[in-house]
Design a protein around this ligand. Structure first.
Ligand SMILES: Nc1ncnc2c1ncn2[C@@H]1O[C@H](COP(=O)(O)OP(=O)(O)OP(=O)(O)O)[C@@H](O)[C@H]1O
Ligand SMILES: [Mg+2]
Length: 621
């Protein structure tokens, strides 16, 4: 992942949330404290909509309650007085009015609930993405993309569903319950009390399932994340998979993980399937018992038939929230799990991009000094040890050494992708920890060892990371300097040619040259080129080198290369072995010193002369 490389963050920084038409939230309140208050806080700015949604739910419940009460009264009147024409018309109109009111209220309630859900989760998604952008390099090197994807999509969606359905359900349940209970108690308080005996039973059963289902859902989501990771890695590495004919292995691996997800899903659904019939049995028993008691009250003349009809209707309406209480508790358990999974990302410390104890006027000069620097990614695994060297502004420093000797790690310390473990790095005489990361990264341009291109046009890729308007001439100039202009013109759509995902439609060398053009456009004071010419042929390398020599003139350049030809003109060559500088000097000195440099030089010279001989032999034929 490469979000951090081109000091993109400051552009993000400028984009304040107020522009986004929603109220900013304090994310600390979301990640700390109780989950219910976190969810409530996530709804900030939409609490009113939520309350209005609840109000409409209440209105719908009220309308429905009146339908039942009216029905009871209507039946009693007919039984007492027979059918009266005007009463029939008035009743029909009243029923019609109440049904319309109920329908309109339900519509408004759903609308407001959806509005709350979509807006709250849109903001959460924005915050999450913003936060992921600001996480340090080290977080991204360890985090699994598939897992992050799962949390940013599936888990956010669980919360959205909660806001859209269940959060509004709480209000609905409470209101319907109160209204129905009051209405039934108007008919008979005893019946009302009998009808709610099951609440404690439902609560106990739900709480038991709450815990079990939370665990099952967490395992299910984790497995989902594993599958996303499988899929993401497989798709990213599809070329490797095909090249090594590992399709069968990959299919088997995916199948295994998919089966496990199926198993966990089955377990989860089984619990669900157990929960529903259980609560249904309890609720049905309650309905039958209450209806029976009600019926005996009619026979005993304590209640009229009309009242009984109202009661039966309202009873169904009273049992509904009780039954849904269980559903709500279970859905809440899933939402809590998802919220927890999202919070883990939100809790990770963001990279401090802006704080600084030193802010130079204008740009830096580019004088760099490493003072006994050591570095380790993990404790006890030394990657760099006692690295000391210095260079003046505008000098070219070349880094050479076997693979894994720490060259990339060293240059990654300059923009503070990682911080030194001991020692210090001075930039223009000031410790780099005193500069803000944002400033440092605006001064340093990197052509990565494995450049990443976005699936947009070539022009879009070249101008990526340039925080100003760029003219067509500038783009062409940068492309020419990186020796890629002619290649681009050969494409059918020139600079508008779309680059496939991660640049797959370009060759390795073309990608590197595009990355060089992109970095040149930023015009950095310090240029880092990590093996940037490794994927180009000799001829192109000569072209690039010539262009780069001009470019290196006024800026401090760190160049990592494996070919001595690419670095022999450097002002200083540092030879690395196992994280230490073992040789230091200019080409002329090093080549005459016994050591790694001389060895590499001799091997490469031998290869070059053998190649030359071969070319001459072929020419003679
Ligand atoms: N993100 C990381 N986390 C842990 N260890 C790492 C990480 N990146 C590199 N390393 C380890 O640090 C050591 C130095 O790696 P580095 O990438 O700096 O080598 P290099 O000199 O650039 O090699 P190459 O010439 O192959 O690019 C290696 O042993 C490597 O395994
Ligand atoms: Mg490297």
């Amino acid at each position: 992942m490469l979000f951090v490389v081109f000091a993109e963050n400051d552009r993000e920084e400028e984009m304040s949330f107020t522009e986004k038409s929603y109220k900013p939230i304090d994310i600390n309140k979301v990640i700390s404290g109780k989950k219910t208050s976190s969810l409530w806080h996530l709804m900030s700015g939409f609490h009113l909509h939520y309350l209005v949604a609840n109000l409409f739910t209440g209105l719908a419940a009220l309308a429905r309650t009146f339908i039942y009460l009216y029905l009871g009264g209507f039946v009693d009147r007919i039984l007492e007085q027979g059918v009266v024409g005007t009463d029939l018309i008035v009743s029909a109109l009243s029923f019609g009015g109440l049904i319309t009111l109920q329908a309109l209220s339900s519509f408004m309630s759903s609308w407001m609930a959806t509005f709350t859900a979509e807006n709250s989760t849109r903001r959460l998604r924005d915050y999450l993405f913003d936060h992921i952008q600001r996480l340090p390099y080290s977080y991204h090197s360890e985090a699994k993309t598939g897992d992050l994807l799962e949390r940013a999509t599936s888990d956010v969606d669980t919360i959205r569903r909660f806001f859209a359905d269940q959060a509004i359900g709480i209000g609905r349940i409470v209101m319907i319950f109160i209204i129905s209970f009051v209405a039934i108690s108007q008919i008979s308080l005893r019946l009302a009390l009998i009808s709610i005996i099951i609440i404690p039973i439902i609560l106990v059963v739900s709480m038991f399932f709450f815990k079990a289902l939370s665990k099952a859902y967490e395992a299910y989501q984790e497995q989902g994340a594993k599958i996303s990771t499988d899929l993401q890695e497989n798709l990213s590495g599809v070329r490797v998979v095909k090249a090594f004919a590992r399709q069968d292995y990959e299919i088997e691996k995916f199948d295994k993980d998919n089966k496990e997800k199926f198993r966990l899903g089955k377990k989860f659904i089984r619990m669900h399937s157990l929960f529903w019939p259980l609560t249904d049995i309890v609720c049905s028993a309650q309905t039958i018992a209450s209806s029976f008691i009600g019926a005996t009250m009619v026979f005993d003349n304590i209640m009229t038939l009309g009242q009984y009809l109202s009661f039966v209707g309202l009873l169904g309406w009273l049992i509904w929230p009780i039954r849904n209480l269980g559903r709500l508790i279970i859905a809440t358990s899933q939402t809590f799990v998802s919220l927890g999974r999202i919070s883990t990302i939100l809790k990770a410390d963001e990279e401090d991009m802006t704080s600084a104890t030193y802010q130079p006027e204008g740009n830096i000069q580019g004088q760099v000094k490493f003072d006994d620097v050591c570095f380790a990614y993990e404790k006890d695994q030394v990657v760099l040890e006692d690295v000391s060297f210095s260079c003046e502004a505008g000098e070219v420093v070349a880094l050479l050494g076997s693979t894994g000797s720490g060259k990339t790690s060293l240059v990654n310390l300059l923009p503070r992708f990682y911080d030194v473990t001991c020692g210090q790095i001075l930039l223009d005489g000031v410790n780099i920890n005193e500069y803000s990361r944002q400033f440092l990264r605006s001064q340093i341009g990197i052509v990565e060892q494995e450049p990443f291109l976005f699936s947009t046009s070539i022009r879009g890729n070249i101008t990526y990371g340039v925080h100003r308007e760029v003219s067509e001439e500038e783009i062409v100039m940068a492309a020419k300097e990186a020796a890629i202009h002619d290649v681009i013109l050969d494409f059918k759509n020139g600079y508008d040619t779309m680059v496939g995902e991660r640049g797959v439609t370009l060759s390795g060398g073309q990608k590197q040259r595009l990355a060089i053009a992109r970095t040149l456009l930023i015009n950095p004071r310090i240029l880092i080129m990590d093996d940037s010419t490794s994927s180009v042929d000799m001829e192109t390398e000569v072209q690039i080198r010539a262009a780069l020599e001009k470019l290196m003139m006024n800026r401090t350049t760190f160049i990592i290369a494996h070919r001595i030809q690419s670095i022999m003109n450097a002002d200083q060559i540092l030879v690395f072995d196992q994280g230490k500088i073992v040789q230091k000097g200019m080409h002329a000195e090093l080549v005459n010193q016994p050591g790694i440099y001389q060895d590499i030089y001799e091997i490469q010279a031998r290869i070059d002369s053998a190649l030359q001989e071969e070319i001459e032999r072929v020419d003679l034929l």
